[in-house]
Design a protein around this ligand. Sequence first.
Ligand code: ADP
Length: 393
Amino acid sequence: MNVLVINAGSSSLKYQLLDTKTRQVFAKGNCERIGIDGSFIGHQENDGEKQKLEVALPDHKTAIQHVFKILDEAGFDTSKIEGIGHRVVQGGWYFPESKVVTDETLGWAREVAPLAPLHNYAEADVIQICRELFPSIGNVIVADTSFHYNMPEKAWRYALPRDVVDKLHIRKYGAHGTSHRFIWKTTNEFLDGDVHKLVSCHLGSGASLAAIQDGRVMDTTMGLTPLDGLIMGTRCGSVDPATVFYLQRVGGYTVDEVDTMMNKQSGLAALSAVSSDSRDIEEGAERGDENCKLALEMFYYRTSQLVAEMAQSMHGFDTMVFTAGIGENSDIMRLGVAKELEWLGVKIDEEANKVRSGEPRVISAPDSRVKVLVVPTNEELMIAMDVEELLGK
Ligand code: ADP
């Protein structure tokens, strides 16, 4: 089935056109700076050269029209697109699984938007635009929170007053659910079903862990929002919540300033004072930069602590998977985290860890109690497979 996957942000729109049967990606790209001067589309076909197309993108509607035009010009007949899959950041309590877009389901995506205002409103707008522009193509909502929705209550509930959390729908929703679900599925296939208690480590510029027992998420590190948990590129992860009041009362920062500080000016970028990119920090540490060394040390410490927390929620773990930008590419970061977990039975084969490949692979030593793998994630394929399942009849 030919599926277009769309991941819209407030000023960007990523797209990927793929065939679910052959898994071939025909084209992918990103419309950037929508509604801002200097907008352009970075476009790539069949893993060919990336092209930068400078086009005016005053709004998302124009961006989508351009995407279809580019695909047609590239020789792909867009009338053959059989479904559109939309990544929605926050599914709230309405999307325990992916759903076909109707007036009702689109209304739900808007209703829960206050939980992720920077994303959901733009995503809902884009879905509506697609329905209007291409009425014959079905749309599907794939929420990044869905996979986590059926966590045990003891894992998702916060110890806050019941009336408040009920009224405002406050709970642990988690994120990266589509990636964690893909990792569960792929690891299970790769290991012929011999995986029961998996800690999935999605380590990219955003990062989260999920404890997955026989396909059910038992806990995850992101919370009401994707700010919680691990130290990330520019996000602080877990800190004492009272830090927020202190910054406002004593530091004089506004709510929005604290939000920006914690989401965009913290994490590895703040610790290293060099960059949010793990490659720059690894280089810095290599040169002997003390801030970079501490940033790495703290990343290993916090990540391994939370891996242990995830394992605790399953009373053990037999498999651990590294994925996303850092997890797939950085043997240094993988080794740093794994070394902290040696006491729990994690033992990496350092040679296997250094092998670079785009395929799933085992990197633990034969006598490791926990099997450790690197599995490249593919959220777009997971979304497209949901579209096929819901629309491909
Ligand atoms: P996101 O999707 O959350 O934006 P990614 O999963 O693409 O993030 O991860 C991006 C991060 O992964 C980069 O900031 C960088 O730290 C790291 N990364 C990407 N490629 C490499 C690489 N080849 N080696 C080491 N780290 C990498």
